[in-house]
Design a protein around this ligand. Structure first.
Ligand code: HAS
Length: 545
């Protein structure tokens, strides 16, 4: 039987995907337990701290599950669309990256579980972890850079051999995603290597707190688009093929990705609106840029509606929303990402609320924000990744998705949405009642406000338990996919609609786009950083746990 994927490329992709789902499982156990603790349903054994679990949950879900899945997915698409197989140097870089990240992850998880790094996934100074935690983070970042270099290498070689041709959309989008990642991680690399490692080893006594948080959020906001863009690759490139339709516009898709490259980085201050040490002018400027980064998401929404409608009309739909019925609702490869899209509408609206200064004052550091990111990354992005797994694993291993697995996938998606409705819904609501994020179980001495929050915590815990069933089911499905019957599964890459305009070549002139991106970053950050270096707010380290 013909194997669609080069065997060695398949191994690299699968190694990433399996690591991602292993992280999801362990992170999911931590998540369910912490939900139950906060809901007052269980008490942890004395040797396990609530915040230790919270750190493991955040690191494994937000940083490890996503990064491994993304790199595996991008490598698969780059291999498939740029020549049909990875060049040896690209594959080698992919493996070295994978091993470096894995060493980092194992060290990091051990240090967290030993209780030496209970600093949560944002590792805010002046909380001070063991130096090994920061070294582990550095290894994860360095590994991801090497994998990114592999993608750039494959792309460069392809362009050299195909001069004058437009690169495949999937590959173009992968390059933007990894460029965004490389530029963003420079911030966290400087924070970890220059500030946190020397400080945690005791080579320097104090750390510049405002600077370290600023460098973190310089990375932390584009991080969320590093999660989102691979989901958008699926929405733009894969979903049209799965529904039997066409990509609405290649130029629109490329432009939206370039806008993310330009506007997703110089906006980190919208996470620091309530913090001292940054002047209100620079906060205002970065909020304006934040509103610019909403535009490519609105373009994506428009493009998806257009793809769905064009497809439905081509199949004979007449009424205003007749095209809706023509979508393949029983196909999990469509259904899971579609639910992700649907939920991204309120999730994105929540982001716009967060970004508005006055409203940020109401929601900052409350459970509202936790609710926001469980809708965005843990639903829109996660459901899209699950949807991808249902065709990616069979495609690279030479197997087929059976009707039973498809059915289980639909059930898993529904369970996820129900769990998230309870959990994220309660978080949003109770956040508006002032309930702080990142706290273990407490009634604040039965303060009337805190007592009011308790039923929401129970609803959050119930949602968490339902979601844990969802985690178990997706992990079961991944194992089942690895053992599915042999056969050929298509790697779904959509074609562009004949009605769309040709793509202008300047969209692939990287010099222009990188130049503007760097100029915007320098504009938004240079003066605030000089201020922070001149007016240092230094602090010794604290082990608060
Ligand atoms: Fe956010 C906090 C602002 C998007 C993740 N965000 C967070 C944190 C995380 C996170 C993890 O300005 C917490 C960090 C921490 O631990 O402290 N966020 C935004 C804005 C957007 C946004 C303006 N966030 C995301 C995405 C994330 C994510 C995406 C992960 C993947 N966020 C903030 C702010 C904070 C914040 C503040 C700080 C809060 C604080 O005070 O701490 C925008 O990018 C959102 C734009 C999105 C849209 C929606 C477009 C809709 C689409 C779907 C179309 C649907 C279709 C379905 C086609 C405008 C594309 C068809 C439907 C039919 C019915 C047929």
């Amino acid at each position: 039987m013909k194997q669609l994927f080069d065997r060695n490329d398949g191994k690299l992709v699968i190694a990433h995907i399996l690591f991602a789902f292993a992280a999801l499982l362990i992170g999911g156990i931590a998540g369910m337990l912490q939900g139950m603790v906060r809901g007052g349903m269980v008490t942890l054994p004395a040797n396990i701290g609530y915040y230790e679990l919270l750190t493991a949950h955040g690191v494994l879900m937000a940083l490890i599950f996503t990064t491994y899945f993304i790199i595996g997915f991008l490598y698969s698409g780059v291999s498939h669309t740029l020549g049909g197989r990875l060049l040896p140097a690209a594959r080698k870089l992919g493996w070295i990256g994978y091993l470096t990240m894995s060493v980092g992850t194992v060290i990091g998880v051990i240090v967290i579980l030993l209780g030496k790094a209970t600093v949560l996934y944002t590792f805010y100074a002046p909380m001070k972890a063991s130096p090994w935690f920061y070294i582990a983070l550095a290894l994860v970042v360095i590994g991801s850079w090497l994998s990114g270099f592999g993608i750039f290498y494959q792309y460069r070689k392809w362009r050299k051999n195909n001069s004058g041709k437009l690169s495949p959309l999937f590959a173009f989008m992968s390059v933007v995603t990894m460029l965004l990642w490389q530029i963003a991680t420079i911030g966290v690399a400087i924070e970890v290597v220059v500030q946190l490692i020397p400080w945690s080893f005791g080579w320097v006594d104090t750390v510049n707190v405002v600077l370290s948080r600023t460098l973190f959020w310089y990375f932390g906001h584009p991080l969320v688009y590093f999660w989102l863009l691979p989901a958008y690759i699926c929405w733009y490139v894969v979903i049209p093929k799965i529904i039997g339709g066409k990509i609405f516009s290649d130029s629109l898709a490329r432009l939206s990705f370039l806008l993310f490259l330009l506007f997703s980085i110089p906006v980190g201050f919208h996470h620091q609106l309530m913090e001292p040490g940054i002047s209100s002018f620079w906060k205002y400027l970065q909020v304006v840029l934040t509103f610019m980064v909403i535009v490519p998401s609105l373009m994506t929404a428009f493009s998806m509606f257009a793809t769905f409608e064009m497809h439905g009309r081509a199949k004979g739909a007449r009424s205003l929303f007749g095209w809706f019925r023509m979508l393949p609702w029983k196909d999990v490869r469509f259904f899971a990402p579609f639910m992700g899209m649907l939920i991204f509408i309120p999730a994105g609206a929540g982001g716009i609320i967060n970004a508005s200064n006055q409203m940020n004052a109401v929601v900052h550091n409350t459970l509202w924000v936790t609710g926001h990111f469980h809708l965005t990354v843990a639903t829109s992005v996660a459901l899209t990744f699950f949807g991808i797994a249902y065709w990616l694993i069979p495609a690279v291993t030479g197997r087929v998705l059976t009707p039973k697995m498809n059915r289980l996938g639909i059930i898993q998606t529904i369970i996820w949405c129900v769990g998230m409705f309870f959990m994220s819904g309660s978080m949003h609501t109770v956040g508006l009642l002032g309930d702080p994020r990142r706290t273990a179980y407490t009634t604040y001495d039965d303060h009337p406000d805190a007592v009011l929050w308790m039923p929401y915590h129970v609803a959050m815990a119930i949602g968490g338990m339902i979601l844990f069933v969802g985690v178990l089911l997706i992990v079961y499905n991944v194992i089942a996919l690895m053992r599915a019957p042999k056969g050929e599964t298509e790697y779904p890459i959509g074609e562009v609609s004949e009605a769309s305009e040709p793509t202008p070549r300047y969209l692939e002139r990287w010099g222009i786009w990188l130049g503007i991106a760097v100029a915007l970053i320098l504009f938004a950050y240079t003066i605030p950083l000089i201020d922070m270096l001149n007016n240092t707010v230094n602090s010794p380290g604290y082990v608060t746990w």
